[in-house]
Design a protein around this ligand. Structure first.
Ligand SMILES: [Zn+2]
Ligand SMILES: [Zn+2]
Length: 316
């Protein structure tokens, strides 16, 4: 099959990569669309030391697997748990110590014609949700994870740092829980899209510091953390969403002095995200910038890496 392959140094297009098989409790999914996310760009900087086929945001249809799933349009949760440990037993396979992660840790991903996915990870996409919307399920689920981790009150003043792909989704999801969501960003176009989705926006150069009950750091850059710490009110909550390659220096003193609740937040469950897409409670399709064919994947990745780019998709 055709696939993009990351060998640890370069991303290459391969026209004859080994096609995975649907063995045991897995299905073979033909990829319709796959999304390039910041985590992929971090992987190409060495994050997780991954080699293999990248890509963890996808929508496709089942071509091999149980009869009742053949031809069904699906999305898939990306953490492949062992199914036997304590974390898995508690429904937290995304924290299974023995897990592999699609396109990130010891499992080939979706920048390919086909991807192999455990049956337990698959979710059928409702008919009213298009491929262009469904491909956002994974990052949208990551945004919903925040609501699973912390209690948001309707009156809470919330700041989302970063108008990128994940920041935009976090803002829309938090908007479902509180009427007072502000996004601080640098990109006029993206801020305009968010304003259309009912979120308050502030351009970075016009920023006047004020304390917020909840701050979500989704800038994808190390410098965001310091700004985030300064924007949380005493005893407020800071949610960290950016996954970054490398180590970074930051003073932890403000966390102690202001008694900040610090929450790391990563992947979420898919059902709330699929429900929100089906009920049109969030808007995702306007955030697509361009769809590239798979064989132009290397160009697509360099496009996605340009600052200010909205979502870039691959169509195998
Ligand atoms: Zn992602
Ligand atoms: Zn496990």
């Amino acid at each position: 099959m055709r696939a993009l392959y990351w060998n640890g140094r370069n991303l290459e297009f391969e026209s004859a990569y080994r096609t995975p098989v649907a063995a045991g409790q897995t299905a073979l999914v033909k990829v319709h669309l796959a999304g390039i996310c910041s985590t992929d760009l971090q992987i190409f900087k060495g994050y997780m030391g991954f080699t293999g086929v990248p890509g963890h945001e996808f929508v496709g249809s089942v071509v091999e697997g149980p009869q009742d799933l053949i031809g069904k349009r699906v999305v898939g949760e990306i953490n492949f748990g062992c199914g036997r440990c304590d974390s898995c037993a508690r429904g937290l396979s995304r924290h299974c110590p023995n897990r592999t992660v699609m396109g990130i840790l010891n499992a080939d991903g979706a920048f390919a014609e086909c991807v192999s996915v455990p049956l337990a990870n698959l979710h059928v996409v409702p008919e009213s949700v298009s491929d262009e919307e469904a491909v956002f399920t994974e990052p949208l689920a990551a945004a919903f994870e925040i609501l699973d981790q912390i209690q948001i009150n309707p009156g809470d003043d919330i700041l989302v740092l970063g108008d990128g792909k994940l920041g935009s989704l976090c803002a829309q999801v938090l908007r479902l829980a509180s009427a007072h969501v502000t996004v601080l960003g640098k990109h006029e176009e993206k801020l305009k899209l968010l304003k259309h989705a009912g979120v308050r926006t502030v351009q970075f150069r016009d920023w006047r510091p004020k304390p917020f009950d909840v701050v979500v750091e989704a800038t994808g850059s190390a410098s965001g953390l310091e700004l985030a710490l300064s924007a949380v009110r005493p005893r407020g909550t800071l949610v960290l969403k950016s996954t970054l390659a490398g180590n970074h220096q930051v003073s932890l003193a403000p966390i102690v002095i202001k008694e900040i609740n610090l929450i790391g937040s990563r992947c979420g469950l898919f059902p709330p995200a699929l429900d929100a897409l089906r009920e049109k409670r969030v808007s995702v399709a306007p955030f697509i910038e361009k769809i590239y064919p798979l064989h132009e994947g290397i160009e697509a990745v360099s496009h996605a890496a340009r600052s200010g780019t909205r979502k870039i998709l691959l169509e195998p």
